[in-house]
Design a protein around this ligand. Structure first.
Ligand SMILES: C[S@@+](CC[C@H](N)C(=O)[O-])C[C@H]1O[C@@H](n2cnc3c(N)ncnc32)[C@H](O)[C@@H]1O
Length: 386
């Protein structure tokens, strides 16, 4: 049923004992690379293939002989999703820089998929002639955005491939895709499938069915049944799914990515900074530098800042030793220097967030979510300073 803030959600009608199988969706009703690939020429990955199928059948669900009834249950629009806002010209400067950067990466992913699907349609026009006519490029593009956002916001992990790490191990799953996200607390879980248990590709042609289990604690009648979409920071929830779960005081989920500010510190060092960037890249420590509400500085950020304040060959060696755990720190002076720089970073975060507070978020974005993201930056930074 409809929820006040999260669209449609799943609710219990009667008391449910812990870890009860709620329903099983047969493999033939799951929309994924296995169920779709027999109907299309090869050449697309799973995101592209599922998006193309949804896109082609968006306006004519009854014509889809495979998943028509399911398609008619999908959201009509994604008007408030940040990718839609960005494509309609909303100003990314209104977002915290790390959020704007994450959204830019999502936008690039979307454009890569769109480009691949357009080329595929051109190259396979004869083989696809039985599918609905896709009309003009503009209509196709709008439908593709809708389709791609359905895939991005509604798919769940499902083992279909030989290795667990294969990026195509996911599916759209009717009913299950109405479950909303909860950050912490009791939630439903998909039952581990036979192929996942065996760590092997599924034996049935269409893959395994998907069974959903109720939370591990009893559920009363009328309660919402949630899933957890992962331990994502709000930045990711916003960019990928178009919502945030605002953080309370001392919330362990609060997190700020400070890449843009640390980047500036390296840039200000000229050649020395360039060399250190390379060292960090080689060591696998470039980027993903976060502060959280604990208040804690991530080891990745400490590592980058420690290197920033290394000046001699000995210090570089000691820095390398901190990566392997042979040494606890580069030196006491180096510890003081990087901690002081975190203080400066936090002051900038606070100033920036306060500046934002003084003017309302420009239209085009989901205002409450953007305000919550700025508030999170402010709180995390203040926590560290205090
Ligand atoms: C898998 S769908 C869940 C069903 C969806 N509510 C619907 O009406 O179809 C994921 C979408 O639901 C919304 N959503 C899920 N959890 C939410 C939450 N905790 N708060 C706000 N919106 C949420 C977001 O729009 C997200 O992109």
């Amino acid at each position: 049923r409809e929820t006040p803030e999260a669209g449609i959600g799943l609710f219990s009608l009667a008391p449910i004992p812990p870890s009860t199988p709620l329903f099983t969706i047969p493999a033939r009703a799951l929309l994924n690379s296995r169920s779709l690939s027999p109907h299309y020429p090869p050449g697309l990955n799973a995101v592209q293939l599922i998006s193309l199928h949804l896109c082609l059948y968006r306006h004519s669900p009854s014509l889809d002989p495979l998943f028509g009834p399911y398609l008619s249950t999908l959201p009509r629009e994604f008007d408030t999703h940040p990718l839609t806002s960005q494509l309609r010209g909303a100003d990314p400067e209104e977002l915290p820089p790390s959020v704007a950067n994450a959204l830019q990466r999502l936008h690039e992913r979307y454009l890569r998929d769109w480009t691949a699907v357009r080329a595929y349609l051109r190259n396979n026009s004869a083989a696809l002639s039985q599918k609905p006519d896709v009309r003009t490029d503009d209509v196709l593009h709008a439908d593709f955005l809708w389709a791609w956002l359905n895939v991005n916001t509604r798919c769940v992990y499902h083992r279909l491939k030989r290795t667990r790490a294969d990026a195509d191990n996911f599916t759209l799953c009717p009913i299950l895709d109405f479950a909303n996200h909860i950050a912490t607390g009791p939630c439903m879980t998909p039952r581990t499938s036979p192929s996942e248990l065996a760590n092997a590709p599924p034996i049935p042609r269409l893959g395994d069915p998907l069974t959903l289990l109720s939370p591990r604690t009893p559920v009363g009648p009328g309660e919402e049944l949630y899933l957890t979409y992962g331990a994502h920071p709000n930045r990711t929830l916003f960019v990928e799914y178009g919502f945030v779960v605002p953080c309370g005081e001392d919330d362990a989920r609060a997190q700020v990515d400070v890449q843009d500010l640390v980047d500036q510190l390296f840039a200000a060092m000229g050649e020395d900074g360039k060399m250190k960037r390379e060292m960090l890249r080689d060591a696998g420590y470039w980027g993903d530098w976060t502060l959280d509400g604990s208040p804690a500085v991530s080891f990745r950020l400490i590592t980058a800042l420690r290197l920033l304040y290394c000046g001699s060959d000995d210090e570089f060696d000691w820095w390398r030793n901190t990566l392997t755990g042979v040494r606890e720190m580069v030196s006491p002076d180096n510890e003081r220097a990087w901690k002081a720089s975190v203080g400066v970073i936090c002051e900038t975060l606070i100033r920036r967030a306060q500046e934002r507070r003084t003017r309302p978020v420009a239209s085009g974005w989901l205002t409450g979510a953007v305000e919550a993201l700025w508030e999170e930056e402010y709180r995390v930074a203040l926590h560290w300073i205090n």
